[in-house]
Ligand binder design. Structure first.
Ligand code: 3HC
Length: 288
């Protein structure tokens, strides 16, 4: 399927990543989008984040107001899976990173998925092969990993599961291009794929240096921004990713690769347990 043959996409999960993915699908690719979550309040919050983001594009002159309004009309919020999946060519799953929850969702999606539609997961730590095994057609399942914030980050990693077909990979690649994104292909369904396999332990090292070198969080961020050219410091980046998501991704890598650097630093685990999840909770290393 070419990128322009896709007309309707369902995005499952209206959270930090899901809302941004739905926005990119409508804004750049021009797709009709069903945005699904389990509760109306989650869907409403997703729609409100999309409105805020569109307003930022409008305020800096990157988008005119009429276009922003037209983009919003292409995104249809719902809590009904059957309605969301009706007539879709592509499903992008961006649900909570919980294997049990995702496997249950994949089994339900398999009931309503139109024949030939591709099911792509935005998972950062769960095996695509495992997710595919919960469906009737694992050849139609692939990884489509976006980066936060999806509206601005230009990369999508595409991941092949053990049974993913060539045509599924091509459909996901075509959709990513239609969304204006750069793509890279992981031929193996490996832990952390490319970016997270490197970035998560690197961020863990950065956070450990706070105590090792007796520095402030601000100095850590200044050091990496001005000494290594990072667009934002590591502490600010962990706040953006979300401490819960970062800790979860670290634990998943540590479980699979058993290297000490992969394990989340105690400081991060303490903060996550205390509800300091970064931007989304209003406090992490910084206050928002
Ligand atoms: N929607 C629309 N516009 C947005 C926006 C959003 N969601 N977020 C930020 N912007 C706009 C701002 O309004 C601002 O506009 P302006 O230039 O007119 O002022 C512009 O983007 C730049 O934003 P900021 O000034 O706040 O900050 P930066 O210049 O630092 O840019 C950034 C923001 C693009 C996020 C940049 O800091 C960056 O590239 N950071 C690194 C992000 C990164 O590494 N993400 C990957 C994390 S790993 C991951 O996601 C994988 C997962 O599995 C864990």
């Amino acid at each position: 399927m070419s990128g322009s043959q896709i007309r309707k996409v369902a995005v499952l999960g209206a959270g930090l990543m899901g809302h941004g993915i739905a926005q990119v699908c409508a804004q750049t690719a021009g797709y009709d989008v069903a945005l699904l979550d389990v509760k109306q309040e989650f869907v409403d919050r997703g729609m409100s984040m999309i409105k805020d983001s569109l307003a930022r594009f409008v305020s800096k002159g990157a988008l005119d107001k009429q276009k922003a309004d037209a983009i919003l009309t292409k995104i249809h919020p719902t809590t009904d899976l059957e309605v969301a999946l009706e007539g879709v060519q592509l499903v992008i799953e961006a649900a909570t990173e919980d294997p049990k929850l995702k496997l249950g969702l994949y089994r339900r999606v398999a009931e309503y998925l139109p024949p030939g539609a591709v099911l792509a997961s935005n998972t950062s730590s769960i095996s695509i092969t495992l997710l595919g095994s919960a469906t009737k057609n694992p050849e139609n399942v692939a990884g489509m990993h976006f980066f936060n914030p999806p509206q601005l980050m230009p990369l999508i990693e595409i991941i092949r599961g053990a049974r993913t077909s060539d045509s599924t990979v091509e459909t996901v690649r075509a959709a990513a291009k239609q969304m204006g994104k750069e793509t890279v292909l992981c031929k193996k369904d490996s832990p952390g794929f490319i970016v997270n396999r490197i970035l998560i332990p690197l961020l863990n090292d950065c956070i450990r240096v706070i105590d090792e070198a007796g520095i402030t969080v601000e100095d850590l961020d200044t050091a990496l921004r001005y000494g290594a050219g990072w667009p934002m410091g590591p502490a600010a980046l962990v706040d953006l990713i979300g401490l819960d998501i970062h800790v979860h991704a670290s634990e998943a890598l540590h479980e699979k690769l058993a290297e000490p650097r992969m394990a989340p630093p105690a400081r991060l685990v303490r903060m996550a347990n205390a509800g300091k999840l970064g931007r989304k909770s209003g406090e992490g290393f910084y206050r928002y």
